[in-house]
Write a protein that binds this ligand. Structure first.
Ligand code: SAH
Ligand code: SF4
Ligand code: F3S
Length: 495
């Protein structure tokens, strides 16, 4: 598929409406692994003395895609700026998960319009998950002429060519691929962190939960080869990184598409990464359906595998789970939860929950409350269901008024907050290991970091501790954080 200008856009070539049938077909398509990324000669150095700014919405996948785009721009000579007025290229990496996420982006694009008047050479690009939606692209084409470039999630590697077109074209450049791309292994990455890193282990999602847009915006599940992932983690360890987070929309499906490997799954991968000399390894996001016994057994070995499991449940009612297409019941979720809890002592658990799914009754919502009470989650991301055009749930009639949904969300949040506070209270007087990430946003005199169980800890200490693993004694516990005292290592006497 090739690029096209506004005047030439043939939407039928770029967008396929979300379809479960097409999804089943796409699973069989072969994925090619490619190592041929390079900056075209005419684009080398084009960014010299120029600046870029990338604004990122959405999940960790998007955060990491931003690191890749930053890497590509830096290879073209651009340098980063935090000042929007200074930027020569602004990319908006968008999220389509809920309507309010999209509205925020549209508001922001509107706000960028005057910048274009001041700097006519400015390139404004919209990319990420929203760019994969036909309705969004149409709206930008017709209402936001300040945008110069639109590209999707499957063709980030073409940024140099797209930027070249945008720079030399008077029309909006649109290139969105409806078919997922191959896996490109040699893309540059300008990582934001110096001691924490994201590592993609797979792309896309084939779960097709009935409410979710991700399988359409990110394409089918494609796993990276284990040897590529292991080499990347080894390399990060050599560079002194202290923590890696393995990323995928449904990491538990890792390896299913690697047909030449005999049942190689996330458990096998984690078992190999466990042996690499990097102090902390995390992974997200888990899907309960594919969370297998081998992975649980490997997690139980501890070591650098952190005791924090993000296990989205979405609902505590089996009928709603069925209509959501989640592939597990309340009972199976609870069985899995207890199995992991038993195998990984001291583990913290967080989850995602949707309230107000079409026609969810009060009794069904109360099943969610009771599941949350049973699991006593350390934290939960809670959302009101947002219909996403093209998904099966968006076609369902919904008889639940928004006020009822809002009221349920409040009740759920109250419970979630109370349990978070109670789970933090258990840390009182404990000494915990903290990876020091920087100074606290609220108080520059304080340092901040996370425990292995992903609790935020604030404490005072010298800035030289940033990037180190230190011991902190918890002196006060709050709802969403812990305060503590740094436990200075005893000085080693020199004799
Ligand atoms: N792959 C992950 C979730 C990715 S999206 C998983 O399966 O768990 C992050 C969260 O956004 C989801 O867990 C879900 O709780 C929420 N979400 C997704 N689509 C939504 C929608 N249409 N309305 C409201 N919340 C949604
Ligand atoms: Fe969306 Fe479900 Fe895939 Fe998660 S598993 S990204 S909720 S379709
Ligand atoms: Fe949003 Fe796309 Fe992530 S829709 S949540 S940015 S995969």
């Amino acid at each position: 598929m090739v690029e096209s200008k506004f005047s030439k856009v043939d939407f039928s070539r770029y967008f396929q409406p979300p379809s479960l049938k097409a999804a089943r077909r796409r699973r069989r398509e072969k994925v090619h692994i490619i190592n041929d990324f390079s900056i075209p000669d005419e684009m080398k150095g084009i960014g010299r003395n120029k600046k870029y700014l990338i604004e990122t919405y959405g999940c960790q996948m998007n955060e990491h895609d931003t690191e890749v785009m930053a890497g590509i721009l830096q290879e073209m000579g651009y340098s980063e700026t935090a000042e929007i007025a200074e930027a020569d290229v602004i990319l908006i990496n968008t999220c389509a998960i809920r309507e309010n996420a999209e509205n925020k982006v549209f508001g922001h694009i509107g706000y960028l319009k005057p910048l274009k008047r001041e700097n006519p050479g400015l390139i404004i690009g919209v990319c990420g998950c929203m760019a994969q939606e036909e309705t969004v692209v149409n709206r930008i084409l017709h209402k936001y002429p300040q945008v110069d470039l639109i590209f999707g999630t499957h063709n980030i590697h073409r940024l140099p060519q797209l930027l070249q077109e945008a720079l030399f074209s008077k029309e909006m450049v649109v290139e969105v691929w409806s078919k997922e791309g191959d896996i490109i292994e040699n893309l540059p990455q300008a990582r934001k962190g110096h001691f924490q890193a994201w590592v993609n282990i797979m792309y896309g999602c084939d779960k097709f939960c009935t409410y979710c847009i991700v399988p359409y915006t990110r394409g089918k599940e494609r796993s990276r080869r284990p040897e590529e992932i292991i080499e990347e983690v080894r390399d990060l360890a050599r560079q002194g990184y202290k923590e890696v987070t393995l990323l995928g929309q449904n990491v538990n499906a890792y390896g299913k598409d690697l047909k030449d490997l005999d049942h190689y799954g996330l458990g096998n991968l984690m078992d190999e990464i466990r042996k690499i000399g990097i102090p902390r390894v995390r992974f997200m996001t888990s899907h309960p359906k594919d969370f297998d016994d081998h992975l649980i057994e490997v997690l139980g070995k501890g070591g650098n595998l952190c005791e924090h499991i993000h296990l989205p449940v979405q609902s505590g009612n089996s009928d709603i789970l069925k209509i959501m297409g989640r592939g597990y019941t309340r009972e199976r979720y609870l069985d899995l939860f207890y199995k992991i809890k038993k195998a990984v002592p001291g583990a913290s658990f967080t989850t995602d929950i949707i309230v107000g799914f079409p026609n969810e009754t009060e009794a069904q919502f109360e099943d969610t409350l009771s599941l949350v009470r049973t699991c006593r989650f350390d934290g939960a991301y809670t959302f009101i269901y947002s219909p996403r055009a093209g998904t099966p749930a968006a076609r369902m009639k919904d008889n639940i008024p928004m006020e009822v949904k809002k009221e349920r969300l409040q009740r759920l949040n109250k419970l979630v907050n109370q349990l978070a506070e109670e789970s933090n209270a258990k840390y009182q007087d404990q000494v915990v290991e903290v990876l020091v990430e920087g100074t606290s946003r609220k108080n520059a005199d304080m340092l901040t970091g996370h425990t292995r169980t992903n609790k935020v800890v604030n404490f005072s200490g010298p800035e030289s501790l940033i990037g180190q693993l230190v011991q902190v004694k918890v002196t006060e516990t709050k709802m969403w954080s812990l305060d503590g005292e740094w436990q200075r290592e005893p000085e080693v006497s020199q004799s």
